[in-house]
Design a protein around this ligand. Structure first.
Ligand code: SF4
Length: 97
């Protein structure tokens, strides 16, 4: 498992942490349920949040049924976030069978 799992792209333009398809939060948390993995860090405040020139990484992930999940941490090499079943979902989510 890699320690840092970068969020290489986020297509959720109305999130306060979004800056031209990049996430400026230092770390994100993935929540949701077994139907989809929702970005729990998403917030639309109308003001810019986060840090400039930061590439966010996945801090924790509650989707234990995802094939990339190990001990509630993400084991993927990177993730993408964007609209899915919800406005902001982890698009790298794979429900393990
Ligand atoms: S790929 Fe899977 S384990 Fe990684 S953040 Fe997305 S839902 Fe969580």
């Amino acid at each position: 498992m890699t320690v840092t799992v970068p969020v290489t792209e986020c297509a959720v333009a109305n999130c306060s942490f979004n800056d031209h398809t990049h996430c400026g939060a230092a770390g994100i948390t993935i929540g949701g349920n077994s139907d989809h993995a929702q970005c729990a860090t998403f917030i639309d405040t109308g003001i810019q949040g986060g840090l400039p020139k930061v590439l966010a990484s996945v801090g924790a992930c509650q989707r234990s049924e995802c094939s990339h999940n190990e001990n509630l941490m993400c084991g993927a090499s990177s993730v993408r976030v964007g609209p899915g079943a919800d406005n902001a979902d982890c698009l790298t989510y794979e429900h393990s069978s």
